[in-house]
Design a protein around this ligand. Structure first.
Ligand code: G1P
Length: 291
């Protein structure tokens, strides 16, 4: 069965980005000229995902507005014949069918995904953690879906991370079956560096079979008292194959000011409308820093 639905957990408080996120969802902070969540929705839509289930919470309804039509704004732009702005305003609503479900209590990432159960139904789906922006000519979604199509099994994205940083990640234990691919035997959420089974940390892209929902119903709160998606996938791996795929590409954690800044600069350098002005300015800045 093709993967046609994505789940984007976006109910968190964004505490790593305060005070910017006091009244604005962190997913709505601009990465150059678009809310960061739009890049993730674009990555999904470009790979053929038709339905996106946003898991939201109180105070985050601007995300739903962003992916909706904006009749007054469109009418004003039409009156001015500003077709360029009109296209930019209409695009988010054209990307996919957006459904939103509310996570009423913040009980963890696993709980957020479980909240989307009814909206997803009994079919495979892809989870995007919107803090993780991944750049590569072949999108991370395409890479993950091609593994899913070959193995017909759940696939989590992993990255080799420095051992001293493993306690920020879910970490996999597995045996390598081909280049970039491991058969998962176990997974542990946020292990201490000396207890981590590997240095392969989970990054925010997961293609999952619907049986993960049954596993999510069973797992108890784990690391930091939350229902962990990692624990549910580890449980799933006991009854069906699960793979870890080391994706190609560069990842930015835009849930922090540092990560957002780096992503902004590097992605602006890839853009024809930004790079010509940015490059000489950056070069002059580098000279100033060196001098
Ligand atoms: C979550 C997951 C973790 C994963 C990480 C990737 O943790 O629980 O397994 O490695 O995202 O960004 P969080 O960053 O929400 O603490």
């Amino acid at each position: 069965m093709p993967v046609r639905t994505a789940v984007i957990p976006a109910a968190g408080l964004g505490t790593r980005f305060l005070p910017a996120t006091k009244a604005i969802p962190k997913e709505m902070l601009p990465l150059i000229d678009r809310p960061s969540i739009q890049y993730v929705v674009e990555e999904a839509a470009e790979a053929g995902i038709q339905r996106i289930v946003l898991v939201t919470s109180r105070g985050k309804s601007t995300m739903e507005d962003h992916f909706d039509l904006a009749p007054e704004l469109e009418a004003a732009l039409e009156a001015k014949s500003d077709t360029r702005s009109l296209e930019l305003v209409r695009r988010p609503a054209q990307l996919a069918e957006i459904i939103s479900v509310r996570q009423k209590r913040q009980l963890g990432l696993g709980h957020a995904v479980l909240t989307a159960r009814q909206a997803v139904g009994r079919e495979p789906f892809i989870v995007y953690l919107p803090d993780d922006i991944i750049r590569h000519p072949v999108s991370a979604t395409h890479q993950m879906l091609s593994v899913f199509e070959r193995y017909k099994a759940s696939v989590v994205a992993v990255e080799d991370v420095p051992r001293e940083r493993v306690s920020s990640y879910g970490v996999i234990q597995g045996e390598q079956v081909e280049e970039r691919l491991w058969h998962v035997r176990g997974m542990v959420e946020k292990p201490a560096p000396d207890q981590a089974p590997s240095t392969l940390g989970i990054v925010g892209r997961y293609v999952l079979t619907p049986e993960v929902f049954d596993a999510l119903e069973k797992v108890r709160p784990g690391a930091i008292g939350e229902i962990q998606l990692t624990d549910a996938i580890a449980l799933l791996a006991r009854s069906q194959p699960v793979y870890a795929y080391q994706f190609q590409g560069r990842r930015y954690d835009v849930g922090t000011p540092q990560g957002m800044l780096r992503a902004s600069v590097e992605m602006a350098l890839e853009r024809e409308d930004m790079a010509p002005a940015l490059v000489p300015w950056l070069k002059a800045l580098a000279r100033r820093l060196e001098g």
